[in-house]
Design a protein around this ligand. Structure first.
Ligand code: ACO
Length: 368
């Protein structure tokens, strides 16, 4: 059978039927049919995670048992921290988390696929919060006993006390990071799931894919860029210099959203509120000025990472922890994709078009 040729990067190619979420070029995003703005306005992180995993909003009893299950399973075997600690202070944070998830795959005593998934989801925030500290030899920060998923994660990420509004915003950003149809890391998870490898293998592959600056790593790259740009007055020359050097503006552009990313719009609103409450709107004005320059010059809108980054910055979170936060949330989407793939499985094994040499003959090494 002749192989079907598809566009580079599989752009515009539908590779699976999914009931989990859908992003569209018109700037809409739904999780299980619910618009993202509706969930952001009304749902907690745990409610949204339950929805993404199970396809329906939980009843009170289902929510309580789901939330307490996550809290209960979050404690990590000391050996996982020891293995992360052996990496040393130079370890990349995502490599440290990935190593932690791989170690869990051997150490966890969970038997069923569902329990394995719940264990990864519950422990990922602990791995994320400790991926910088533990390789440096610092003692791990463990989750507190109070608050929901987002509060417990934030408390581990920064000792700074956050206001109620800031905590609310952090939870919204986590909701936005949770799921995004066939993004690179979820596709990676589905490829691994399609071989029937276990959820630890799939999650560690998802983490590998998330590490790159064109995907998860963009929130850190966006913050570093904003810190370099410094001043709203400097936006024009900064954008021009970036293009002159042939570089991309990090936190801009998206495979699906060409007009606007609905998550970025909401985060921009939250950032505006946060800066107003602090009486210093410089970072908001800087973001807005670069966004305007980019739109004027290239008609490319900001994505979620662009506005999530300054929110994390104002919360006092260290920049190398931004992608780990993404992972702590996206793991719920990954597990939903894992399940959907396995339920309707067909090994993902595409074809390729060979454009290499033909008809060559082996030459002994002495004659080359
Ligand atoms: N800065 C400058 N130019 C850009 C940017 C950008 N951030 N994004 C796209 N472009 C330009 C490209 O150079 C290209 O121009 P050309 O046609 O003249 O060559 C054109 O827009 C199309 O860009 P592609 O990279 O081909 O678009 P694609 O859909 O493949 O890529 C991607 C989307 C990878 C996100 C891209 O926009 C990018 O690299 N952005 C920066 C990294 C980033 O922010 N990633 C986060 C994605 S969202 C997330 O993971 C939560």
């Amino acid at each position: 059978m002749e192989a079907v040729k598809v566009p580079r990067g599989l752009a515009g190619v539908s590779v699976a039927d999914t009931r989990i979420s859908k992003s569209s070029a018109d700037g809409s995003l739904v999780y299980r049919g619910y618009p993202i703005a509706d969930l952001a306005a009304n749902a907690s992180f745990e409610e949204t995670a339950y929805l993404v995993l199970n396809g329906k909003l939980p009843t009170r009893g289902e929510l309580d048992s789901f939330a307490s299950g996550i809290a209960r399973r979050s404690s990590l075997d000391r050996r996982v921290f020891d293995i992360m600690g052996a990496l040393g202070g130079g370890a990349h944070p995502i490599d440290a988390i990935r190593t932690g998830v791989s170690a869990l795959g051997s150490i966890d005593a969970e038997q069923s696929i569902q329990d394995k998934e719940a264990s990864i989801e519950s422990k990922m925030p602990v791995l994320a919060a400790n991926c910088l500290r533990v390789p440096k030899g610092e003692p791990p920060r463990l989750p507190g006993k109070t608050g929901g998923f987002a509060d417990r994660l934030l408390q581990m990420l920064t000792p700074r006390e956050a206001s109620e509004f800031d905590r609310w915003v952090f939870e919204r950003v986590l909701i936005f990071y949770m799921e995004h149809d066939m993004n690179a890391s979820s596709f990676t998870v589905r490829v691994v799931a399609s071989t029937l490898a276990d959820p630890y293998a799939a999650a560690s592959a998802g983490l590998a894919s998330l590490k790159g600056p064109l995907h998860g790593g963009a929130n850190e790259a966006a913050m570093e860029m904003l810190l370099r740009a410094k001043d709203p007055e400097n936006a024009g020359p900064f954008v021009e210099a970036t293009f002159r050097e042939g570089r991309k503006l990090m936190g801009f552009g998206h495979r699906v959203y060409k007009q606007f990313d609905p998550r970025a719009r909401l985060c921009k609103e939250y950032l505006g509120e946060m800066t107003k409450k602090r009486g210093d709107d410089r970072i908001y004005r800087l973001c807005d000025a670069i966004e305007r320059e980019m739109w004027e010059k290239k008609k490319i809108p900001p994505n979620l990472d662009y506005y999530a980054a300054p929110i994390f910055y104002l919360l006092g979170i260290e920049v190398p922890l931004y992608t780990p936060i993404f992972a702590a949330s996206r793991v719920f989407g990954w597990m939903a994709h894992y399940n959907e793939q396995v339920e309707e499985n067909k090994l993902i094994r595409p074809d390729s078009t060979y454009v290499g040499h033909a008809g060559r003959s082996y030459v002994p090494i002495e004659k080359r």
